[in-house]
Write a protein that binds this ligand. Structure first.
Ligand code: NDP
Length: 295
């Protein structure tokens, strides 16, 4: 299968590298062209200069951009994806997207005989490098079966969640939990530090108790106590994800005050910390409010 990959960001790049390493013929496109050029130099992939150029001749086109709207913005015009996609091809959108926009994109592509699945991923940049991502798929089961070998280049657990948009929906809720865990763990540990308890000791206890989470087990020891705060997943993107989850709850008339509050807090954090901050840096906002450092 000929593959095209569009969007060589923090997670897209290592995902595309896994496809190149698996020996599949690969064309890459990135808005900031130098990123695609350096990837092509390193891996031997073809550097495509427009989305249409990338899609031309591809059986499978993978997008991994910030938002579903960014993906939709690549469809039209003489250089757009629609101009290059051939009938029978499949677009796999690995963006953590929003279900409604994914459904609109799928309908547009269907007019041209192109298949679509939403396939957001979880597992972080390290999981992408190792090929151990979880992939949450929305769309037609037969389409998924056809492209499964491509997803297996970077995904370990590949789950069909339902119709188009279902992968996005599950991903948004997963990330809402992540956002809530980051905030709640920061609040709890800030209180413990102020009460005179060593945060490393507290985490050790919590991590063998019922309040533990990936956030308490991995993110806090590796990124907060160490004050390392590596930038692997932008806070702005997590703010987008919890917003999608909160909107989905509202659209389905589910009272969700915790989701709404966490979405609001992440909106404030995005405003205070900016577009390049990592998601775990939301902890710094709680620390500032509490007047204490969790270290
Ligand atoms: P980055 O911010 O690192 O990269 C974003 C990518 O999208 C870049 O290639 C950027 O191009 C491109 N892009 C953004 N807007 C547009 C646009 N309007 N037109 C064309 N290209 C555009 O994000 P990540 O790689 O971290 O995330 C990508 C997706 O994966 C997001 O939906 C995110 O939520 C999700 N995700 C990220 C994880 C992570 O650990 N980082 C984990 C799981 C999911 P350019 O280089 O020109 O800026």
């Amino acid at each position: 299968m000929n593959i095209a990959f569009l969007g060589l960001g923090a997670i897209g790049r290592p995902m595309a590298a896994r496809i190149a390493a698996a020996g599949m013929p690969l064309a890459v496109w990135n808005r900031t062209a130098e990123r695609a050029a350096s990837f092509a130099r390193e891996t031997g992939a073809r550097h495509a200069h427009t989305p249409a150029d990338a899609a031309r001749g591809a059986d499978v086109v993978i997008t991994c951009l910030s938002t579903s709207h960014d993906v939709a913005s690549l469809l039209d015009g003489p250089d757009g994806l629609m101009a290059g996609l051939r009938k029978g091809a499949t677009l796999i959108d690995c963006t953590s997207g929003d279900p409604a926009t994914s459904r609109r994109i799928a309908a547009r592509l269907a007019e041209q005989g192109v298949g679509f699945i939403d396939a957001p991923v979880s597992g972080g940049t390290t999981g992408a490098e190792k090929g151990t991502l979880t992939v949450m798929v929305g769309g037609d089961a037969a389409t998924l079966d056809r492209v499964r070998p491509v997803l297996q280049a970077f995904g370990q657990k590949i789950v069909h969640c339902g119709d188009v948009g279902a992968g996005d929906a599950v991903k948004a809720v997963n990330n809402a939990f992540l956002a809530i865990h980051v905030l709640a763990t920061a609040e709890g540990l800030a209180a413990l530090v102020k009460a005179g308890v060593d945060p490393a000791l507290a985490l050790d206890v919590i991590n063998s108790s019922s309040g533990r989470s990936n956030t308490s087990m991995n993110l806090f020891p590796e990124r907060v106590l160490s004050r390392a705060f590596p930038r692997t997943f932008r806070l702005a993107l997590l703010e987008k994800d919890i917003g999608i989850a909160a909107d989905m709850a509202r659209d389905n008339r589910v009272p969700a005050p915790i989701l709404q509050l966490a979405a609001d807090l992440f909106r404030v954090a995005r405003g205070e910390l900016g577009e390049t901050a990592d998601h775990v840096e939301a902890v710094k906002m709680i620390e500032q409010w509490a007047g204490v450092e969790i270290a």
